[in-house]
Design a protein around this ligand. Structure first.
Ligand code: GLP
Length: 243
């Protein structure tokens, strides 16, 4: 696992954008695994800038997202489809029909089947990851056992608590989500995590301990052959990470 300590959010975004840019230029028809949350937002902004100002070309790129809230239609402002459109996809020259965020309304079993069919037939060149305060990846919540494939999760209270900032009230936060499984994430050719803010517990477990802990799914990054963690200096210092 490669760890890069970045001066601040902007520096972390630039390093992450460099990694994505290199891949997009070398493999212009590959599939990028995308993530939501505040962690990748600055990087998406940088990719938009590079597309507009520097001709970074997404016209042949495909994307697949980690997860979606159950019950939120893609037009809902807090859905992850809406997030992806407004934070990246609407602003780059990608063919929207080549982008996939699992539908999480209507027939959930059917939607999961479609998601798993796509994942089974897609080589994700690089999977972007944030991390939940409880160490979740996508919406793979901590537990004695973790899932291989795409499935439905019941969200932990700490996840609902952390994500309520995007909703009018805690009661409006969906309690379930569809997510790629840990196996889907681990099968990506490369993993790229951006971590900053208040993620002490997950960052400490991932970077300063040597355990692979299903109660902190982020620690599974240690098992991947090609994983990069970009951590903001302020958080690295706070957890006593030596660099
Ligand atoms: C949600 C998403 C995760 C994301 C996490 C952290 O729970 N399902 O994929 O990593 O939020 O978000 P943030 O980057 O806003 O801290």
């Amino acid at each position: 696992m490669r760890v890069i300590v970045a001066e601040d959010t902007q520096a972390a975004a630039a390093v992450a954008a460099d990694i994505i840019e290199k891949i997009v230029r070398a493999e212009p028809d590959c599939t990028l695994g995308l993530a939501t949350g505040s962690s990748p937002v600055a990087m998406y902004r940088e990719l938009i800038r590079r597309c507009k100002d520097e001709g970074l070309d997404f016209s042949g790129i495909h994307t697949v997202n980690l997860d979606e809230y159950v019950g939120l239609d893609g037009s809902h402002e807090q859905s992850y489809r809406y997030f992806m459109n407004t934070n990246l996809l609407d602003h780059i020259n990608i063919d929207k029909s080549n982008t996939f965020v699992v539908k999480a309304t209507g027939d959930i079993e059917e939607n999961l089947k479609e998601f798993n069919d796509i994942l089974d037939n897609t080589d994700i060149r690089i999977q972007l990851l944030g991390v939940g305060p409880d160490g979740h990846l996508g919406f793979n919540e901590p537990g004695a056992v973790l899932y291989d494939k795409a499935h439905q999760e019941t969200l932990d209270d700490s996840t609902i608590e952390a994500n309520k900032r995007f909703f009018e009230s805690k009661e409006e936060v969906p309690t379930k989500a569809l997510t790629m499984g840990m196996g889907n994430i681990m099968r990506a050719k490369e993993l790229l995590m951006i971590i900053g803010g208040n993620k002490e517990t997950a960052a400490r477990k991932l970077l300063t301990e040597e355990m692979i802990d299903p109660l902190c799914p982020a620690t599974f990054l240690r098992l991947h052959r090609n994983a990069t963690v970009i951590i903001e200096k302020e958080l690295a210092d706070r957890i006593g990470y030596k660099y």
